[in-house]
Design a protein. Sequence first.
Length: 341
Amino acid sequence: MAFPITRLRRLRQNEPIRSLVRETRLSTESLVYPLFVCPGKGVRNEVRSMPGVFNLSVDQAVQEARHAHSLGVPAVILFGLPENKDEIATGAWAETGIVQQAARALKREIPDLIVMGDVCLCEYMSHGHCGVVRTAPQSLGAAVATPPRATADYEIVNDATLELLARTSVSLARAGVDIIAPSDMMDGRVGAIRQALDRAELSHIPILSYAAKFASGFYGPFREAADSTPQFGDRRSYQMDGANLREAMREIELDIEEGADMIMVKPAMPYLDVIAAARRRFDVPLAAYQVSGEYAMIEAAARNNWIDRERVLMESLLSIRRAGASIIITYHALDAARLLA
Ligand code: PBG
């Protein structure tokens, strides 16, 4: 039945009716707030390319998390800026690591807050890659003076990395992290982490895998925030090619087979089709990460008065929800919680 019988504007005529027929709703209960934890006391350094986002010492991170919790945000995800970096990412798995310290403090001060731990090595490696790097023999001598440039000059070693990721996961869980979230994109890491957790009598700890994580220019501001830019090369040999939807489904399928309890698509807005396809195909809880570049674009345009900041940030979150993600990791979590209240 077409016009004039059908008039879709009937159900748009005022806010109560629009609200009655609304198909998608955002809720604070599904938001996760990222925190960047650094050494020191009383430190609160704003990230240049992410206004409103800070590197926080443990005491400040606790304060920020308390604020988030009081607004109804149920979870934080932790990233660390270690004191020192090396070739085996010691800072990621050391008992005294910065994220371990933060997790202990957060669980002591705010026991009901869900603490997620991002598991990756890039922030802790001197070269900034997410895995162990092996330099090709012919360039070994040269590598000391000049870092390798061509892909042929170095290799990100998959299986040796798994051991470090597993060690990191066990260490974080022992420090109180409630959910382990591996973001490195090595093959087999979910299985390796599950096995290590189970052996350490941590079989109750869930894994949220960054299952479909794309090599993306939208991570730019994060790398400044976490000081994790690769010193040579890029991440395209482990993170996914942005052109591939079918491969994303294979990544997710494998992670679920290896024991992922929840899955994630990242970034969010440029990959809404991947979120939608994952929602239709898999029955595990689905998360999406609205990444640093997505945040920075909204903030930059708002600062120029080119867009209405609050309206655009809520619309962007709604689009992620509508695509099918039930959990949203976003730097706008506190603003969203305030606007939803
Ligand atoms: C670590 C990691 C990254 C992000 C989350 N975990 C950076 C990267 O892969 O380069 C990006 C988050 C963001 O941009 O907000 N590997």
